[in-house]
Each structure stands twice: as C-alpha cells, then as structure tokens.
Design a binder for this molecule. Structure first.
Ligand code: AMP
Ligand code: MG
Length: 433
C-alpha cells in the first residue's frame, strides 16, 4: 500500500487535541540497560495479536500465520505402501536367500493388488498399496529373475521396505500450532491432508516512516548535507519478506508536530508503526515527543547492545510503535530483536530471541566488554571446517553487511577470545526472513 503525498498533510484531530504538557514517556529517564530478553518482552507487550482471520486457499497462504492450531484429519499415509520398486512378499517368520517364488500379479502406484498366498509374490512399485497377505517388500536389486518367478538374493524379514499407514501422522495429531508461519514445508503437510483452505491471521499492516532533516528520498537530488534514506527501503523489504502488508509512509522532517501528524494518521490504519531516526534522548531527537503529541506513549528501552542506541517501544491509538535508531546497522539489529518480537506477538506466537548456531572464530578477538555485540561476519570454509571471520564495521556502514553472511553475536562479558572459540552465528537468511 502506498500513500499519496497529500495524505501526509491532513492534520488529524488527535494531534491538535493532545495536551502539550502532559507526562510523556520521553520525559522519563531511559531505563537502566536491559538484557535483550527483558527488552524483547517489553517490546512485545505493546503489541496485540491481529484477530482478523483470512480464510485462504492453501497456495495463497505462504508467509501467513495460522489463526488456529491444525489437527490431522487423516492418517498419512492412509494405507501401508511400498517404499521401493520390487516384489511384495509374505515373509512370515522370515525367508531365506535362494528361495524361488512365483510372481502372480503386478501392482503399480494407484492400483490395488489381490491377496497373496503363502509362497507367492507380486511385482510392486513405489507408492503402491501392499496387497493383503503381504508383509514385506524385496527390492528389485535383491532378486534374480527366473522365468515367471524370482529368486531371493538375501534373506527377507517382515516389515522390510513398507511405509506403514500413519507413519507420518496419525488421525487427530496436531500438525502445527496457531501462530505458526505457513511455509513450503507446512503447505506440503497440509496439502498431504487434503486441506485446500486454511484460516490465517490477516497480515499485519506495518508502516515505515523515516525521520530527519538530512534524509532525502532516493531519486531526489542530494543536498550538500543530506544523505539518502537507506532505512525505509531496508525495513520495507524486511517486512515484506516477513509476511507483512507494508505502508510506505515516506520521510518526515525533524519537527515533532509534523511527525505527530504523520504518526496519528498512520495509527488509524496500521497494526505497527516503525520509525527510524531521532529515537534517542538528544535535543534533536523527536520521535518520543511526536508519539506523545499523537496521543500515544513511547517508552525508551536501552539494551546493553552494540550497535544500537536506545530505541522506543510503545503504542499510538491501536497501533504498536517502534522507534529505531537512525544508523542503518543499529536500525537493522534493533529491528531484528525488538521488531521481530512485536511481529511475533502480532502473529499470535510467542516472541523468542533469535537463535544463533555456534561457529568457531577464525581470528583472536579483543574488545571492550559490557555490551552484547552483533558483528557482520563471514563463513570461511577451509579443509572441511567452517570458521567465522569478523568484518570491520560500525553502525553506519552498509557495505560490511552486504559482504557478510550473517551476524556473529559476542556475549556482553567477553573481552578476549582465542581463535576456535565458538560464537553464535545468525545467518542473514534466517534473521532477515
Ligand atoms: P539519529 O538516530 O537520528 O541520531 O541518526 C543517527 C545517524 O543515522 C545519523 O548520521 C543520521 O543521518 C543517520 N540516519 C538517520 N536516518 C537515516 C536513514 N533513514 N537512512 C540512513 N541513515 C539515516
Ligand atoms: Mg536525527
């Protein structure tokens, strides 16, 4: 959804009516540095699950979140079937190598065979139902043809090469929880159940607004002290791949009243508003004040996190609010933590911190401890080993992000680490959706 330029300018009543000297979250001292887990919980608490349900054809549900848990309405597979191309046999207590058995039938996938008697076999193909009387399948590679019979090359035991009914799921099993993301795997599981329509939550509608007098629209001429807006396209892309409906809310100047107008207009149509820039407590930071002028609340959250200045979490009308720092890498890291927690809550699932996988560091590490640090890192593959090389970076540099495979997470208390020390690695593929 794209707003027309003129839409930004409507002065919503909420702004004009907002009491100017009311207590404002932005006047509260920034909380002492929070753990990342505590900050995630605080951020998520401002968002409420989207309750509207869209009943969609399964193929249109990719990227959505299930409105309810789903149970199996069939056992799958529904019948015992062959796992290989070969011969259905009656193994009983076991058959010896060298036994010669006549072939009395042929069962392709989709066909049904007739009952086997003692000593008889039927040609069978992968996916075909095991005929009554049979209790094993012999792979075609494990027999020798002898006229209209086969000779077993090895012993056969009951149950061999049969995929039993209900092996994947049994009738009534819980297939997925409400809030689960519908991806290709879940689509396959539901499709295998014959489920053609699925109840999903409406996609969260998320607005992205950039703030800052210096921030220019890509495509516009660049003034001498200006920078192009990198955050908004980045965040819009992140939200799109995270299954949100996005609202591109443009750029607004460092003016609390203008920002408040834009915010209160967005609050009427969005589940979450994400801003970048001006989220800290400096005299040129206006996001908290603007949220308040828009009739909302914004709580500064400081985490012992690098990169990442204080962020704002709160609510404006019915919309949750997330104010990100302006530096793009800080914005990305803070969004990946707090923004993801808020999106999880909107989707009706429980927020959890992103889980990194331990990968040994390639080089020694030395740094000032005290903050959990997310460092762009590259995976090096050498002699069958994977190691993590940390890239030189700072909160404003985008090139190291593009050169990296993900973030290495360095725990707050670590000052030195020897090569080979494992660090949690967050692949961009997972972190960015
Ligand atoms: P702030 O958080 O407003 O203090 O901004 C911190 C830094 O981020 C400043 O150098 C800003 O110019 C820069 N910045 C703010 N917004 C953006 C944006 N949308 N894209 C790229 N850089 C930005
Ligand atoms: Mg600024």
């Amino acid at each position: 959804m794209q707003l027309k330029a003129g839409e930004y300018l409507m002065p919503p009543l909420a702004v004009l009516d907002a009491p100017a000297n009311d207590a404002c979250a932005c006047d509260r001292p920034t909380s002492a540095k929070l753990s990342i887990d505590a900050a995630l919980a605080r951020a998520a608490a401002w968002a409420s699950p989207v309750t509207d349900v869209d009943f969609l054809p399964l193929g249109a549900a990719a990227g959505r979140f299930l409105a309810h848990s789903v149970r199996a309405r069939l056992s799958s597979p529904a019948f015992d079937r062959s796992a290989v191309d070969g011969y259905a046999v009656r193994a009983g207590a076991g058959l010896e190598a060298g036994e010669r058995l006549p072939v009395i039938g042929r069962i392709a996938a989709g066909a049904r065979g007739t009952r086997l008697r003692e000593g008889e076999v039927a040609r069978i193909f992968t996916g075909a139902p095991i005929p009554p009387g049979a209790d094993a399948v012999v792979m075609q590679e494990d027999v020798r043809q002898d006229g209209n019979a086969i000779v077993l090359a090895r012993p056969v035991h009951a149950g061999a090469h049969i995929r039993p009914a209900g092996e994947d799921v049994a009738l009534g099993d819980r297939l997925a929880e409400g809030g689960a993301r519908v991806d290709a795997r879940l689509i396959a599981l539901l499709a295998a159940q014959g489920i053609a329509m699925v109840a999903t939550r409406r996609r969260p509608r998320v607005a992205v607004l950039s703030t800052g007098d210096e921030v220019a629209e890509p495509g516009a001429p660049l003034g001498p002290a200006a920078i192009y807006d990198a955050n908004r396209p980045m965040l819009l892309a992140l939200l799109e791949v995270s299954g949100c409906e996005t609202v591109d809310a443009g750029i607004v100047r460092d003016d609390p009243r203008e920002q408040a107008q834009r915010l209160s207009m967005l609050a009427e149509r969005c589940d979450l508003i994400v801003t970048s820039g001006g989220a800290s407590v400096g005299e040129e930071d206006y996001a908290a004040r603007a949220a308040h002028l828009a009739g909302g609340d914004a709580e500064p959250l400081a985490m012992a996190l690098k990169p990442g200045k204080p962020a704002l979490v709160g609510r404006i009308g019915a919309a949750a609010f997330l104010g990100l720092p302006g530096n793009p890498v800080s914005a990305l890291v803070v969004f990946s933590l707090l923004g993801r927690a808020m999106l999880a809550r909107l989707a009706g699932s429980t927020p959890s911190p992103p889980q990194g996988l331990p990968v040994p560091l390639a080089e020694p590490l030395s740094r000032k401890p005290g903050r959990t640090e997310f460092v762009p890192a590259r995976l090096l593959r050498e002699n069958g080993m994977v190691r993590l090389a940390l890239l030189s970076s700072n909160s404003a540099r985008l090139q190291p992000l593009v050169d990296a495979d993900g973030f290495a997470e360095i725990p707050a208390d670590v000052a030195h680490a020897a090569p080979g020390t494992p660090a949690a690695f967050h692949a961009f593929a997972g972190l960015l959706g």
